[in-house]
Design a protein around this ligand. Sequence first.
Ligand code: SAM
Ligand code: SF4
Length: 330
Amino acid sequence: MDSLPDQHGRIATDLRVSLTDRCNLRCDYCMPAEGLEWMASEITLTDDEVVRLVRVAVERLGVRQVRFTGGEPLLRRGLVDIVTRVGRLHPRPRIAMTTNALGLSRSAPALAAAGLDRINVSLDSVRPETFATVTRRDRLADVVAGLEAAVAAGLEPVKVNAVLLRGLNDVEAPELLSWCMARGYRLRIIEQMPLDAQHGWDRSAMVTAEETLDRLSQHFDLSPATQPRGSAPAELFLVDGGPATVGIIASVTRPFCGDCDRVRLTADGQVRNCLFARAESDLRSALRAGADDEEIASRWQLAMWTKAPGHGIDDERFLQPVRPMSSIGG
Ligand code: SAM
Ligand code: SF4
């Protein structure tokens, strides 16, 4: 089988597939309050096209994990069918999803039955008022119900992703960790990245991993977990001696680009070799022009080969990608 190497010795095996750029929340660090102009349906990949491209990645290019994301992947009508079909590929990839969990209380059993293996739920606060401020929607109860449904459907271990914003929810980090530990959810705190559509990211205002660790350490005894990190973005810490852990994803202050094994496919069929890439490779047009699997695979390999060694956020010449996070697929 072929693979997806780049010039810096990394091989991509983890494919993030964005199924839509639409969302039913408006998280402050991701989207403006008024939303965005959504992708036109003509350029959005059909379910068959998504499955075809994922098949090429899995069967020809060595992808071993497929993570569905967005926008909000639960808004994609064909989601259960897409998961079912990806679960039938050989070799079968691990199938994961990153979601805000709105509506998951209804769909978790069907998704688990279709073959979804694991789930990450984004939750930045367990206080209804703070949740509504960060996401601009009063939907905390739906997320909590979605998390409970994920556990009931066997989608464990459930991971919870949180982004901390100064003056909004940063002080709540210890409370969020206690809440997650009490329910068996594995919390991971992600540094805010310059990927919001409104370009409001400010390095000096960002809550750093170090600050988060300091704050958590005032309430918990944190010690570095000994298991090797590999390509995982989170640095894991044992909480009060374990077995509970908390993950810190310091994408900005302690980048892990050298170990990155990820590649992204957008809902309109563009391959992105990095979250911060400024170029994309158009597989949708190739597909619709009749390209066979071999040609798609070789275009994909070419796209990966030019992956930059790092995201360059600290570089003076850094430019935020034109596509925002909600359209790239986080
Ligand atoms: N809607 C789904 C969700 O929120 O989980 C999936 C898409 S969302 C873009 C994927 C992840 O990206 C979420 O965990 C979210 O918190 C994170 N995210 C979005 N914008 C971000 C930013 N500017 N910096 C860091 N993480 C961000
Ligand atoms: Fe939607 Fe996820 Fe972005 Fe929040 S982070 S606005 S839930 S896509």
